[in-house]
Ligand binder design. Structure first.
Ligand SMILES: Cc1cc2nc3c(=O)[nH]c(=O)nc-3n(C[C@H](O)[C@H](O)[C@H](O)COP(=O)(O)O)c2cc1C
Length: 221
């Protein structure tokens, strides 16, 4: 698999086989991804590999928080408070395409809530990675983190693994930091679920759309 194939074949995987990933494979993926670039080579990433009982405890913590009516309180604001075009339409389309793949109608609120809560179950993935960054670091280091994160998703393809980046798993940072004993000076950025894709599930068979190159590129000669 070449780099272009890894990039264009990667999708967000939201159904997994009940098959563990060996520690050697996870280590090899991280061993490759650590070569991602970072400003002045600061390598600001910190990762915790979560599986088994610890993963189940985090799922329970998330679901309990949600059931108790606790409002999500992530360490940072991912999305704008007020959506404007063109982002609003793209976001809407993204949701529509996902619900269609899950065969969930517009009016079926219960199924939509269940689908959203599946995020907290990591879509059945055997492994999830949590990414943290020292609060002292600036915006640039978050950019570095994104490159590291994508490097993991792409390297995972080499091993036949799928992944799903999940901002939703940073909804309740206190749950994650409490269970994983992460010091307060770290921000929880995101989770990344990892596992062997269940290709028989329609949710893994649709592709999201992309704008054409001309729509986001201008040439200044
Ligand atoms: C940082 C980040 C956070 C995301 N968070 C979620 C999430 O919480 N739940 C989810 O189902 N998908 C999540 N996604 C997946 C996006 O919806 C997905 O990347 C986008 O629709 C493009 O589809 P593709 O990944 O299949 O190409 C996230 C993606 C990124 C990059």
């Amino acid at each position: 698999m070449n780099v272009s194939e890894a990039i264009t074949n990667r999708i967000s995987v939201r159904a997994y086989l009940d098959k563990p990933i060996s520690k050697d494979i996870i280590t090899s993926i991280l061993d490759t991804a650590r070569w991602a670039p970072s400003g002045t080579n600061t390598q600001p990433w910190k990762v915790i590999v979560v599986q088994g009982k610890t993963k189940d405890a985090i799922t329970k913590g998330f679901l309990d928080a949600q059931k108790n009516g606790e409002k999500p309180s992530p360490d940072y604001q991912y999305y704008p408070e007020v959506w404007v075009e063109p982002f609003k339409a793209r976001r809407f389309q993204c949701g529509m395409d996902l619900y269609k793949a899950l065969d969930i109608g517009r009016e079926n609120k219960d199924k939509r809530i269940k689908a959203a809560l599946d995020n907290y179950r990591f879509f059945g993935a055997p492994v999830t990675l949590f990414f943290f960054i020292d609060k002292i670091m600036g915006k640039g280091s978050w950019f570095d983190m994104g490159m590291f994160y994508q490097s993991i998703m792409l390297t995972a393809r080499e091993y036949g693994l799928g992944s799903c980046p999940q901002a939703s798993t940073s909804d309740y940072p206190d749950v994650v930091k409490g269970i994983l004993a992460v010091p307060e000076n770290f921000d929880l950025i995101c989770g990344l679920s990892l596992g062997y894709p269940d290709d028989s599930k329609p949710v893994n068979q649709y592709r999201t759309r992309r704008e054409e190159v001309e729509s986001f590129t201008t040439w200044a000669n």
